[in-house]
Design a protein around this ligand. Structure first.
Ligand code: SF4
Length: 279
């Protein structure tokens, strides 16, 4: 694993995602190396992009930049991190995510975090202090450890992520499960989805789901390392398959009384309405 420290020029940027106003990414590249990762295509540092999961660039000056940039900036929702995992192993050394979250929440921004790592629990005191202005998403594609190892070879196990969700519930931190990407004939079956909705129900988590989209970077990794991978947008974007899975998910959400949205829905806006509880 190669770690490269550097001084970035910008700390916060406008987000193109409909549910976010801004994005903060303390790292370029991601040690978790998920085969399906769309972020490969959106990573601007060539060395990190071309050696996905093997090289991470660390923006060592990000907190200093943020302190300067947020002065006078219109307040809004900040996504941490949108093209990397903010609690990947490098964060154990640099602690940039925790400092950025605290700074933004303290200064009136709403912060939404997404991770696959229980390393996030180290910032529990910050989450508790600002629980009214942040939420934390934990990605769970499958609860089957063997399957997770195929598509997410360098991530903490789904069971560790489930334990993090339990702890977030105990501390009353607004939490959600990101169920995605849903990959056809891999994690779209009843048992898998049922296990995840059961976990959502136990932990009081909302579920946000999304289907796999084939980007060039992830396609290359999937073709090389995912057994039996079928290439082709038509296969992955098949409307009748997606609507069947969507129906299954909506039924489960009803049965378990779990709030659920697709990634395309404006779910962040809906949960941040004044006075509305996310849990
Ligand atoms: S954790 Fe997220 S950003 Fe990191 S490799 Fe996996 S999908 Fe990509």
């Amino acid at each position: 694993m190669k770690i490269v420290e550097y001084e970035a020029k910008k700390g916060i940027s406008r987000s193109n995602l409909p549910e976010l106003d801004y994005a903060v990414n303390p790292y370029s590249g991601c040690q978790h190396r998920c085969l399906y990762c769309f972020a490969i295509n959106f990573t601007s540092v060539p060395e990190a992009r071309e050696n996905w999961g093997k090289v991470v660039y660390v923006k060592t000056n990000i907190v200093k930049l943020l302190k300067r940039e947020i002065n006078g900036m219109r307040r809004g929702t900040v996504g941490i991190s949108t093209i990397t995992d903010p609690y990947q192993p490098a964060e154990a050394i640099y602690r940039l995510t925790g400092s950025a979250v605290e700074l933004l929440a303290k200064n009136g921004f709403r912060v939404t975090i997404q991770t696959k790592s229980p390393l996030a629990r180290r910032d529990m005191e910050i989450f508790k202090r600002y629980r009214n202005s942040l939420d934390l998403g934990v990605t769970i594609t499958t609860l089957d450890r063997k399957k997770a190892l195929i598509i997410e070879p360098q991530t903490p196990s789904p069971q560790e992520r489930a334990r993090l969700l339990m702890e977030l519930k105990e501390e009353k931190i607004p939490a959600w499960i990101f169920l995605g990407p849903i990959i056809r004939e891999f994690n779209d079956n009843y048992e898998n989805l049922d296990g995840i909705f059961s976990l959502a129900s136990m932990t009081g988590s909302r579920v946000i789901y999304d289907f796999y989209s084939q980007y060039d970077g992830s396609k290359e990794l999937m073709m090389r390392e995912f057994p039996g991978y079928v290439s082709g947008e038509a296969f992955h974007g098949d409307r009748s398959w997606q609507s069947g899975v969507t129906k299954l998910i909506e039924n489960m959400a009803g049965e378990y009384s779990v709030k659920c949205n697709s990634q395309a829905d404006e779910w962040v806006a809906s949960k941040t309405q004044a006075g509305q509880s996310f849990l």
